[in-house]
Unconditional design. Structure first.
Length: 235
């Protein structure tokens, strides 16, 4: 199942004039960072190590300018961002989901810098309120130096829960983990009470399965954190 998609058009490596444009965009960002924000952050993280360290400062400044809606003078970073895609090659990046698992599919055919610029300029297409939330996700991607997998997803989402259901609707997932009915708004006391009861039930010292205890405890901790937040859409 397609969860998010970014299509970046760019000149071929042998062409001296470097240009970047955007193609198809499927970038849901609610609740933030959403699947769209995760894909953009992952595209940046996947290609950042191929970027010359000398330009990293300007890449970071570009992300911040886009985040704040500033006018971007072209060309930037030796690439001109344009609308016309005629004669350009393209790369397609996707976030896919199956069951409760997600995976990234990077269809890169151009330079690493072109992919990162495409992800940054895609943020410009978002509403101002979303840009302010997704910009920091791209900055997290720029700092990432690990593998592209669950740890990256957790890093970008600001959450230890990386299941599809948890990322799609964190609050509904948290309610389910702690045993509340969907749509309810439990008090802090109710959350704490249910958390303690569930924690006792999954702990090996109280009869819980030892092989499942670690993940169950992490999920309970994350569910309590989510339900204790005033606004779960804030990264």
């Amino acid at each position: 199942m397609l969860l998010a998609e970014l299509e970046v058009f760019h000149t071929r490596p042998a062409v001296p004039t470097r240009r970047v444009a955007l193609g198809n965009l499927v970038l849901p960002v609610d609740p933030a960072p959403g699947f769209g924000g995760l894909l953009l952050g992952a595209v940046v993280a996947n290609h950042v190590q191929g970027i010359d360290s000398d330009v990293m400062g300007d890449v970071t400044r570009l992300v911040q300018q886009v985040e704040h809606g500033e006018r971007i003078v072209q060309p930037r970073l030796r690439h001109r961002f344009q609308i016309d895609r005629h004669g350009l090659s393209h790369s397609r990046h996707q976030l896919l989901g199956e069951g409760d698992e997600i995976e990234f599919d990077f269809g890169t055919t151009g330079s690493d810098l072109a992919q990162v610029l495409g992800a940054i300029y895609a943020v410009e297409r978002l509403a101002a309120s979303s840009r302010r939330l997704i910009g920091p996700v791209l900055l997290k991607g720029l700092r990432w130096r690990g593998p592209i997998g669950p740890a990256l997803v957790a890093h970008l989402a600001g959450s230890s829960a990386t299941e599809l259901s948890a990322l799609a609707d964190p609050r509904a997932w948290a309610l389910q983990v702690l045993g509340f009915d969907l749509g309810t708004v439990p008090s802090s006391r109710d959350v704490t009470k249910q958390y303690r009861a569930r924690m006792r039930a999954v702990h090996p010292d109280h009869g819980g399965a030892a092989k499942d205890a670690s993940k169950a405890i992490l999920d309970l901790n994350e569910a309590r954190r989510i339900l204790s937040m005033k606004d779960v859409s804030v990264v």
